[in-house]
Structures are given as C-alpha cells and as structure tokens.
Design a binder for this molecule. Structure first.
Ligand SMILES: Cc1cc2nc3c(=O)[nH]c(=O)nc-3n(C[C@H](O)[C@H](O)[C@H](O)COP(=O)(O)O)c2cc1C
Length: 192
C-alpha cells in the first residue's frame, strides 16, 4: 500500500470483530514502531501486548480505574466508551515511555525538555503502528484515556515508567467516513 493511501485510509476504529490477529502481523506492527525516529535516538519506548485471557485482567483494571474516578467525583468523560472498546478489541498494546513526566519532585529544565522529547518520540512510534496496521488491513485506535486507570494498569503491568498511551488493534467492524480536518491554508504559514 502506498504510504499516502495508508495515511488517507486510516481511521480511529471503535468497533472490532473478535477475531484474533496473527502473531506475525503484530510483530510487523511492533517492528514499524521500533524503526521510528526518536530524540537522540534514545528509543524511549516499551510495549506490552495484551491479548487472550490477559484481557480479563486488563478489564478488571479498567473497571477499578473508573470506579476510583467515580468515588472521587472525577468525571469519566470519554473513558467509559474507550474502555468498552479496549475490552472488545482482541489486542491492546500499552505504550510506555521510560521517563515519568509526572515525577512530583522539582526537576531540571533539561529533564523537562527531555520528557517532552520522549513524548514526541513515542507519538511517532505510535503513528508508525497505526499506519502499519492500516496497511495490513487492521483497524486501530490510539488511546490516551488509559490515564483514567493509570495506577491500576501500571501496578498490573509492573512497569514503573510512564504509561503514555495504548493502541487497540483488531479487524474493524465498522467503516467510518474520514473525520474532518482543517484546510491546509488555515494551518500553514509560508515565509520566503
Ligand atoms: C493522542 C491521542 C489520544 C487519543 N485518545 C483517544 C481515546 O482515549 N479514546 C478514543 O476513543 N479516541 C482517542 N483518540 C482518537 C481521536 O479521537 C481521533 O484520532 C480523532 O477524533 C480523529 O479521528 P480519526 O483518527 O478517525 O481521523 C486519540 C487520538 C490521539 C492522537
């Protein structure tokens, strides 16, 4: 598939069929992430692939996270729907960045800058995954609502780095139209 075709065809998918994804396809998607550029080539990412029976443990974390939000009166917003999607999809890849930007202690400016750089790097790796999934005929969803079950997911996955996002993957059970984008003229200023 031409790169621009994959870019144009990719959609956020929120309805998945239950069919499992072949291991080779998952490896190709993770390989695409591995090859992404990163600030100082630090490759700050780590991925945890959750599928099969492990999804039940994930679902328990998601439910506990939402429950915790409700108890503190925190609005759960889009997270309820996002977690429904994560439970439905056959695969969720959790994406960690090695530096915790939520570190409570005061940090140096360079630490702050590096964590922003890491976040950009991880974003690039995630986009590589989405485009590879599109090329392979798989639906995907980039998820940041993992923050609503942050403590629960990190404890379960035994990761002490920053859980930045998740990507759900599976065969799409919907074919949404392209979502609107602003026109290029509104985004770009040309100088010279
Ligand atoms: C950083 C980021 C976080 C996102 N988090 C969520 C999420 O938690 N739940 C969700 O349903 N969609 C999430 N999305 C998907 C966006 O809503 C979607 O990309 C946007 O509406 C445009 O639609 P499209 O991807 O089909 O073009 C996220 C996208 C990005 C880039």
């Amino acid at each position: 598939m031409e790169l621009m075709t994959a870019i144009q065809n990719r959609r956020s998918i929120r309805r998945f069929k239950g069919d499992p994804i072949p291991r080779e396809a998952l490896v190709e998607i993770l390989e695409a992430a591995r090859l992404a550029p990163s600030g100082k080539n630090l490759q700050p990412w780590r991925f945890v692939v959750v599928q099969g029976e492990a999804r039940k443990e994930m679902a328990a974390c998601l439910d506990a996270g939402l429950e915790g939000c409700r108890e503190t009166g925190m609005p759960t917003g889009s997270a309820e729907n996002t977690f429904r999607i994560m439970k439905e999809a056959p695969v969720t890849v959790f994406v960690f960045s090695r530096r915790d930007i939520f570190h409570p202690e005061a940090r140096s400016v360079s630490d702050h800058v590096l964590s922003l750089v890491d976040a950009q790097s991880v974003g690039g790796a995630i986009e590589h995954m989405l485009l590879k999934a599109t090329e392979l005929g798989l639906g995907s969803l980039w998820i940041a609502d993992t923050f609503f079950a942050y403590k629960e997911l990190c404890a379960w996955l035994e990761e002490d780095s920053l859980l930045l996002a998740a990507v759900t993957l599976g065969y799409a059970d919907e074919a949404p139209d392209a979502r609107p984008r602003r026109a290029l003229e509104r985004l770009v200023e040309w100088r010279g």
